[in-house]
Design a protein around this ligand. Structure first.
Ligand SMILES: C[S@@+](CC[C@H](N)C(=O)[O-])C[C@H]1O[C@@H](n2cnc3c(N)ncnc32)[C@H](O)[C@@H]1O
Ligand SMILES: [Zn+2]
Length: 401
């Protein structure tokens, strides 16, 4: 970790913000590799090892079991040939599991108006592939996970940072007690992480993410495992790496209904918007393909149905159908902490928080209507994102092609 990073941390023992003091033992050209943090309020001490501050205190049994399972899984990956080069190519590798991740990060990097220097927290970062892409984009990225094992945890970050091409911070800690000061990050990203919660801890995780986001900040949740009418189990516990039973690795996996993710976020105080998965051709920028040997009639019917993607209402309806009934997709959601939210009210109960959120939302719409400087609406479709990027790249009035 960089020495200045200590200032943004929160003591996980007594919850005092900005109170951790750094004692350096070994530094390299990038960061403090070994050291200790001690809390000026409660005196608790926390080691820093391989650049990672260890701020996971008294985790529940299932968190410890999951972290140990990931260390075992890392060995399986190593035996299956995973190495530094393979990790550095993630998520752009030829594998069905990685396709939605690749498409989702592309979707975010082309639709979210990130500014260089914005801070983004990658919750449940695992190999840190996403943190590395955000850092490359010029964001100040922070990876948070409960696991450290190389190939399945925070020490994998060294594969990305040791050549000096990018840098991002790593924290060993839990999404249920995020060891960062309140209102200290602009974005939180999580990919396939929120379903590692039961109903109670899901609420806690959203509340913590809400706390660490600054007003106006956004949670970008992608590829969450869903329960649907057709698939009431949701979680795939079959096999991993085509050979091992998923249960062997003690993952704390729970699929939730789309409305449960949304309601847990709303209770925490967020405005929520379910985002379209661009990896499905209907929502993306690809043309529809047809199975070999498809009849003339089926080709025409498929094309007519695909043509509906031009209508916003059809897109909404199809998204609800997929997310709630048919499945075969994972859930993407963008949750915004109201920009007019008064920070001192952060520990309010949901019954008070929701009316506050509605009031802040009405104010936001009113101010946008009056043309005041408020956070912009996000692009929904690849076409809107493309138009907006061109608009940003071209000087006003320049319509040349
Ligand atoms: C399925 S992996 C997803 C990893 C990564 N985001 C990706 O898309 O490749 C879930 C990750 O969440 C982490 N995780 C589970 N419980 C957590 C908690 N309480 N706090 C932080 N991370 C947690 C796990 O250690 C694991 O790395
Ligand atoms: Zn303390």
């Amino acid at each position: 970790m960089k020495p200045t990073f200590a200032e943004t941390l929160r003591c996980p023992a007594c919850l005092k913000e900005h109170g951790l003091r750094l004692h350096t033992m070994r530094v390299d050209e990038r960061e403090v590799r070994e050291g200790v943090l001690d809390c000026t309020a409660c005196g608790a001490t926390f080691p820093i090892h391989r650049g990672v501050p260890e701020l996971l205190t008294q985790p529940p049994e299932h968190v410890l079991a999951e972290a140990a399972g990931l260390a075992r899984f890392a060995e399986v990956m190593r035996d299956a040939g995973w190495d530094r080069d393979h990790i550095r190519r993630l998520p752009f590798v030829e594998d069905g599991y990685w396709y939605p991740q690749a498409r989702s990060i592309h979707q975010l990097l082309t639709t979210i108006p990130f500014r260089a220097g914005d801070t983004i927290l990658d919750v449940g970062s695992n190999t840190c592939w996403a943190a590395s892409h955000f850092a490359r984009r010029g964001l100040r990225a922070i990876a948070l996970d409960i696991a450290t094992a190389e190939l399945q945890g925070l020490y994998t970050a060294d594969y990305f940072i040791e050549d000096g091409s990018v840098f991002f911070e790593r924290i060993l800690g839990s999404m249920h007690e995020i060891p960062l000061a309140s209102s200290s990050v602009d974005y939180v990203f999580c990919s396939q992480v929120m379903h590692h919660n039961d109903g109670g801890s899901l609420r806690r995780a959203f509340a913590e993410i809400f706390r660490v986001l600054r007003p106006g900040g956004r949670l970008l949740m992608v590829n969450e495992t869903l329960k649907t009418v057709r698939d009431r189990r949701g979680v795939d516990t079959q096999t991993v790496l085509h050979t091992h039973k998923a249960e062997e690795f003690d993952g704390y996996e729970h699929a939730h209904w789309a409305w449960q993710y949304r309601w847990a976020a709303t209770r925490a105080g967020f405005y929520t918007e379910v985002a379209e998965p661009h990896y499905r051709p209907f929502f993306g920028d690809a043309e529809i393909g047809h199975p070999p040997g498809a009849s003339w009639l089926s080709v025409r019917l498929r094309e007519a149905a695909f043509g509906l993607h031009r209508f916003a209402l059809a897109r909404r309806g199809y998204l609800v159908w997929l997310n709630d009934v048919w499945g075969g997709v994972s859930m993407n959601m963008i949750a915004t902490k109201p920009s007019r939210y008064v920070v001192r009210h952060e520990r309010l109960p949901a019954a008070v928080r929701i009316p506050l959120m509605v009031a802040a939302g009405s104010r936001l719409r009113w101010e946008r209507h009056r043309g005041q400087d408020v956070p912009p609406r996000l692009s929904r479709t690849p076409e809107q994102a493309h138009a907006r990027m061109r608009g940003a790249a071209e000087p006003a009035g320049d319509n040349s092609d």
